[in-house]
Design a protein around this ligand. Structure first.
Ligand code: GSH
Length: 203
């Protein structure tokens, strides 16, 4: 069964939620991102030379990396869960658009704000840019309830994950009504609760 390399609460929570949505069997291996050691004592950089999570080890030994790709692979294994629209449809490309927006405009704009080596003054314009992107996300999401409209997809687990970091950056998510409602709704979803419990984020 596939093995997900993860660290609690970081972006690997997104494919973890997708796995929980499918009900497919999988295993987890926690990675300490500061030492790059896994919980079994393995050198994570030898497993994934990129050195970051998420990474998904498939049964044939293939290592998949990049959270959006992993999430789409998971969706493809369980079509009945409808975590992604049929490939090559307009809806599918809209999902790719969301995944790319979350990855490059939300997720990656959070990174420097967590970095203690970036001073507070330098963080001011970075925070403003992130807020601008949150405003865009809020508008695009609208009443949703999900990013693709009525159907939950892998992009929702990813957006939920990234929104969880916003208060830790000193930004009040309630400034964005749609995002705030989305986050509250998803926090009650069984797959989200299961993944968060498994990562030790909820008791
Ligand atoms: N491009 C990667 C980025 C993954 C990423 O940023 N992972 C972070 C956690 S959210 C990480 O493991 N950082 C540790 C490091 O880069 O050393 C993806 O989209 O999956």
């Amino acid at each position: 069964m596939p093995k997900l390399y993860y660290a609690p609460g970081v972006c690997s929570l997104s494919p973890h939620i997708a796995l929980c949505e499918t009900g497919l069997p999988y295993t987890l291996e926690k990675v300490d991102l500061s030492t790059k050691k896994t919980e079994t004592g393995a050198d994570f950089t030898a497993i994934n030379p990129k050195g970051y999570v998420p990474a998904l080890q498939l049964d044939d030994g293939t290592l998949l990396t990049e959270g959006s790709v992993i999430a789409l692979w998971i969706a493809a294994q369980a079509p009945a869960a409808k975590l992604a629209p049929a490939a090559n449809t307009p809806e599918y490309f809209k999902l790719l658009e969301w995944l790319t927006f979350i990855a490059t405009e939300l997720h990656k704009n959070c990174g420097p704000l967590f970095n203690p080596a970036v001073n507070d003054e330098a963080k001011v314009p970075l925070k403003e840019r992130l807020k601008l992107r949150l405003t865009t996300a809020d508008t695009l999401l609208g009443k949703g309830p999900y990013v693709s409209g009525e159907t939950f997809t892998v992009a929702d687990g990813y957006l939920f994950t990234v929104l969880g970091w916003i208060p830790k950056l000193g930004i009040d998510l309630t400034e964005w009504g749609n995002l705030s409602r989305f986050r509250d709704t998803l926090a009650k979803r069984p797959s989200v609760i299961a993944a968060m419990k498994a990562e030790g984020l909820l008791s």
